[in-house]
Design a protein around this ligand. Sequence first.
Ligand code: PLP
Length: 375
Amino acid sequence: MKRLIYADHAATTRLDDDAFDAMTPFLRNEFANPSQPYALARTAKKALKDAREVVANAIGAAPDEIFFTSGGTESDNWAVKGTLLASAQKKSVLVSRVEHHAVLRACDDLERLGYPVRYLPVNSQGIVETATLEEQIAQHPTALVSVMTANNEIGSVQPIDALADVAHAHGALFHTDAVQAVGHLPIDVDDLRVDLLSASAHKFNGPKGIGFLYIRRGTKLVPFVSGGGQEAGMRAGTENVAAVVGMAVALKKNLLTLNQSAVRLNELTQALLDGLSRHRIHFIRNGAERSVPGSLSLSFPGHDGEALLHRLDLMGICVSTGAACNHGKTRVSRVLRAIGLDDVASKGTIRISLGNSNSPEDVATIVNALAKILG
Ligand code: PLP
């Protein structure tokens, strides 16, 4: 069988073997509901407590500031809607133009409820400049600013600490969608000075359908799911113990090798770029100087990203396009539009996101495949 090369780690990652092993007891013998008081539930309860500590330590938070959710989408929705619904007046929410749909659609919901939503433009590297935030936030009373830590299409890493300072100086809360960053970049909620931070396990070799929202102590927001008293009464529903355990193991493991992985992935991306140049392939690399290791948004003007993706797929290489697909029609990606890329370059864009499973041989295969298709 042809060996597949998976180069779409920004979409999802393979479940880590140790995480899988740690999860299995909770899918079998340790099935008890952690809320129950009897001895059989003790292991599950302790596992939840330990996992909460691991996750909290990983981002410099306290365990009671970590709330388990079903993933990045839920965490983003909760952060954005939960804070606005908790504020007494209908103040605005300010979000960047390059946010994930999980934030943008949550803002649409708020807009329908009468909350003003305003959008922060980005520069050509996809970065929200602090001066831009200063200017916008001074114009309207703002309850919340939400800017992602790292972009899922182009990998740009935002100056979160500086942006959070601006938000706080104007009395607003600050949320960051760190789904693409947690497990890949060093994250400390105090250094970043954020009030809320979203993360998702499947982006760092944990299981799908689990994530967390960090909520700084004292931050006002309404509970997201009503029901039982789980997650300190803020997010009801019997906990997915196995998934929580798997997430904690995967996160701890990723953090142990964070620096080594970054060096290795930066070398691989450089090798890929050098390879394309050697083959004299014309491309534009999108994004910022500081980006998520392994993340590459490449535009091949005059080519069709969608067609490229399918050609690479036939050669056993999984990548993604920069453009979202809508009912079979390719729309130009709003992120690429926001950074000012023209439609021809945007249409010819693919995202290659390398991860811990990729080798220099994979990179050579990707370069040769692109040279064959584009040459
Ligand atoms: N935010 C960002 C930046 C993402 O890349 C994603 C997933 O692609 C999400 C949110 C949604 O996360 P999840 O798939 O866990 O719901």
